[in-house]
Design a protein around this ligand. Sequence first.
Ligand SMILES: Cc1cc2nc3c(=O)[nH]c(=O)nc-3n(C[C@H](O)[C@H](O)[C@H](O)COP(=O)(O)OP(=O)(O)OC[C@H]3O[C@@H](n4cnc5c(N)ncnc54)[C@H](O)[C@@H]3O)c2cc1C
Ligand code: FES
Ligand code: FES
Length: 1290
Amino acid sequence: MAPPLEDGKSQADSAISVVINGTQYQVPRSFSAVTLNEYLRNHLHLTGTKILCGEGGCGVCMVHAVYPDPSGSGKTFRRNLNSCLCPILACDGYEITTVEGLGDQKHPHPIQQRLTDHYGTQCGYCTPGWIMSMYSLTQEHTDGALTKNLVEESLDGNICRCTGYRPILDAFKSFAKDEFKEPDGLGIDLEDLGTAVCNKTGKKCAGSCGNNGIICVKPLPTVIADNAPPWFQPASLDELFQLRKDLQEKNPYFLVGHTGVGVYNDGPYHAFVDMRHVKELFVIDTNSEKLTIGAGLALTDVINLFQLEAARTPGFAYLKQLAAMISKTAHVGVRNVGSIGGNLAMKNRHQEFPSDSFTCLAVADARIIVGPEERSYSTTEFLDVDMKDKLILRIELQPFSSENFFKTFKVMIRAQNSHGYVNAGFRVELDKSKTGALVVTGSAIVLANIHPKFVHASKTEAFLLGKDLANVKDMQAALAVLNDEVNPEAKDDEASPAYRKNLCVTLFYRFILEIVGDGAEGRYHSGVTGIVRPLSSGSQSFETMEKNWPLTKPMPKLESLQQCTGEAKYISDIDEFGMLHAVFATSTEGNASIFKIDPTDALAVPGVLKVFTADHIPGNNVISSPSEEPEELLASSRVVYHGQPLAIIVGVTRAAAEEGARLVKVEYRDVQPVVLTAKDAMREKSFFDQKPDQVEAGGDADKAIEGAARKVSGELELGGQVHFHMETQTSVVRPTEDGLDIEAGTQWIDHAQTAVSRSCGIPKNAINVSVKRVGGGFGAKVTRSSIITCGTAVAAFLTRRSVKMHMSLVDNLKTIGKRYPYFTKYEAGFDDSGKLLGIKMEIYCNLGSQKNDSPIGHSKSFVENAYKCPAWKLTYYACKTNLPPNTYCRGPGSTESVYFVETLMEHVAASLGKTPIDIKQQNFFKDGDKTMDGSRLSDVRLPQVTEQLLKDADVTNRLESVKDFNKANRWLKRGLAVVPLRYPCTPTFFTYGCLVAVYHTGGYVSVTHGGIEIGQGINTKVAQVVAHELEIDMKYIRIQPTQGITNANAFATGGSITSELACQAAMDCCKELKGRIDPVKKSVGCKTWEETIETCYGMGVDLSARAWVAPKPAQKSIYNTYACTATEVELNVLTGEYQVNRMDVLYDVGESMSPLIDIGQVEGALVMGLGYYTTEELLYSKTNGENLAPGTWKYKPPMSKDIPVDLRVKFLKNSPNPSGILRSKLVAEPPLNMSCSVVFALRDAIKASRAENEKHATNAPTWIEIVAPLTVERAQQLCKLDLSLLRYRD
Ligand SMILES: Cc1cc2nc3c(=O)[nH]c(=O)nc-3n(C[C@H](O)[C@H](O)[C@H](O)COP(=O)(O)OP(=O)(O)OC[C@H]3O[C@@H](n4cnc5c(N)ncnc54)[C@H](O)[C@@H]3O)c2cc1C
Ligand code: FES
Ligand code: FES
């Protein structure tokens, strides 16, 4: 008899069988709503596979799957997929490999080892996802076809917020056949990558441990299992259509890849129907004149087939263009399972969906066959089909004669994994009989993302008939018709109608240019080629002092291998038997009074146990410390931003609690308009302090500017930025007999402890907080994490149960504040040579709805950057808006301040017609100069760093090459900008403890320091220092979690300075220990470390030491770090797309304690900065302040093909810092300050384009004001193209 399942049901109830890491599991039907990710993490405790977005948009959840081709071809697919999108029941017959299945620390898989050896991890939360994507790639290409290019192309579904991607790409490209050198000398055969390493034997998995019939480790709670929607698995078309009929009045999910939920969640679903066992949906018929493909075909297979047919079947060459567009749909993981039919069905249901497949099929006049009637529809007709009782069966494509020319375009926010601003498919048929002319006999102009019903630009199609494209007048007339015809719908969360309209026209122009070929002047061909991205590369140059090793030794992070094998545990990975899950219910208004909160519907959700509102909070309703402004944990009477927590929902699963949170009913009164931007706040005079904060330094700035020979003034707007730490805010709280034990995802234990003490009404010593690591913080986990920790603590305190809160990405983005947006007005006076005389700035800082995390105080020390100006006047306004309280974000205050002054300096140079870097150098601080905060500068390395960078980056020659390039190309423009940096180190308030304990019996050393490991490598640096100071091998040292008790009252980890100060504290501990150990060693004459420690132990020596570093509170800097960056970009004027061709950075890190960790900080910061200034745009509803980009579909941090093509990072050599700890300088944040160089380089490119326009029509300005982020949309709009400029020659 089959054994019973843990949830009490028999094996007969098992819906499916799946093999995971070599073990077979039977999964009951009650798991119908459980994803593979949830099954792995919550039920099998395989937490190496991570979860962030749940939308298929980040890649942390990637696993490898081996399964039979559903068409029944007998082929086996070996592919990666996003476990967050895939239902566990859809894995019937699959073999899944997770990161744990590849190898472990003892026996790592070569990919895991290679990523470690290439320093490719920081916080490590994204790491398993990368490993699995790469693993699948090697599985698909065991035939030696794995090239570096393929590696870069295929890793399009994984985000890493920490590393800047370069080391990850390097690591993975080292497996490519065209990578000639093996960095570690290990020649690895791709065949060897094919098999996981057995955890038991350390050898290749022989597949002999198969363990049949294992059920999940943790069953579903009965209340959830009993209410699960049914799961059907029809095996024939008849069965399928019977189900379609039976379920037509319900909301069923007829799924193939189930990836559609990543875009639209149309649930709750009443039933799931897995269609992958209906073979008819997977047909491929290439035998008749038509090409027929089943609707179930995965996009990957569609691409492969289209490429094949394009090359081999006459009449189908155009499929190459269709394949090119579909290759830009989502990313490999989604395309591997997501079907073409699913994509079309989404378009039918959500007609605004900018479907790539639909665009492709529409331009090819394909037919969509819908059952059960087997009716054939054109794409336009298909939009009107009511699909309630129907399903898409197949698609039919026809051949086109060689008179037809096809082209598809997709212009995206970033280079990979993005929907299009506009998708376009074009076809023209030409009368080839007329020589010298290109007369149109037929056409299709298909455009997506215009408005829901828009498919063909039919008027333009009609107009084109008989027109000669070789004739510029005909071409321009056609563009004019198209321009009139296309009128995109205005939407708060979309690019402007003006831009989308422009794109339609310029893309069509690009298409015609290609057809016209040599009929257009050579420089116009740049409109056809667009930007070509070569393989990316990087170089890193630094010094190491071997005599001091392990200090200064380049080494991977201590935890790197654990991260690569998935063994590194994060707080979000904790899941214990009986643990409850908490979720906030949040406000849906941004400025209103709360009249009533009704939890009835929420409490009716199966699995929801409790709903707590402000009235239930046992202590004070705050998350702030007594020294801060009171900030409510749960809004009690008025909400001040959309997404503000109103109630805590506690459930047996996170999904149940989330469902409950959605159903909490809130009645609002007195709904008021929202103030959202700094500009709005300025207009409305919505400030926290009515009196602005004013700083005057040196002489009278007003007078200096008034009397100056030359002046500039301007305005700039700078958006916010999501931190996008890959582990969202999380906390686990366990009630104890006398208080609470907390594992908090925080950068500031003391703040969390204080906040919980206040909200739960218990003393601080009843609360034990511990942090092992957090999966990225970037400032969001300094004070904002206290919201989550308090919410979890209150829930645990009131239920007396262990509770976990792990925010969904959407909740995280809605509730948690971000980098502060700004609006700034500036004015400068200078002489004819560009020498600064006076600067004034009015700075409006958008703090959101709370001022506790205001950066205004410390911003002032950064605003001068590298420049001496005799008179300054700064007026800071603390803007109060209806956004979540904004907070510190990597380089808070410094990043924005540097941008202000650099913009001003660029403006000064532009007004004088000079090269900006010349003007900047002319105004550099010198030794002996005083800065605004009164520091007297010495050892100013600005000239040295800048001159060397200019030389290394060959800036003078390259500026000339840029000019030449711009002359030679009408539609591509380049720009090159240089940004120098002085970053003062002012470690006020930064206090940390450290405890070093040496154990007898082996001499092993445990260290706990006051900093938090957020990915910056603090643990590795501390271990290097301890090993160096105690003169022992690194193998003796372990870094333990940071604890509230051993590091009581320690300050937040941040400001780039924590690593240095934690090292100082560790050094102090070691010195004290040495003071006790060395005399014993000397007197007894011990030879080894173990012997010495054993002897000390025997003599009763105290082998633990504690130290506390507290730099004297001072407003002045103790040293400055210097750097310089040169950035070159290339802009496609017609579309606004751009790429960073090259970035050179020279950074003065003093004597780096751990050079490759510091290089990682530089690269990661630069790329985070590139995102801030280019792709990462926040969108809010003007009505209620709702975040309209609350997930990966809209919010776009850079991916691996957004990084500089050529990134060269160098540390200043031979530059020990006499004032720094162990001669080093801080590094984590300052490099981000220089990323603004991308904006200035783009401005140059835009100016170059505008200068050419001037020849034809508009005026070329000397200065262009820019709103950042400078998105693709904004870049194109600033080029101000009009129809008359779209021609074939000047
Ligand atoms: C991260 C991400 C990025 C994406 N980016 C893009 C993009 O840039 N461009 C783009 O075009 N798309 C994009 N997509 C959408 C993606 O292409 C679709 O999710 C995928 O093609 C859907 O196929 P599926 O088999 O997974 O559909 P499923 O999720 O299984 O189904 C989706 C919907 O279609 C219905 N359905 C499925 N098959 C049929 C059928 N044969 N007949 C009738 N109804 C059916 C289902 O009931 C469901 O309502 C993205 C998706 C994700 C997750
Ligand atoms: S969690 Fe699956 S892609 Fe983000
Ligand atoms: S290491 Fe990639 S997100 Fe942190």
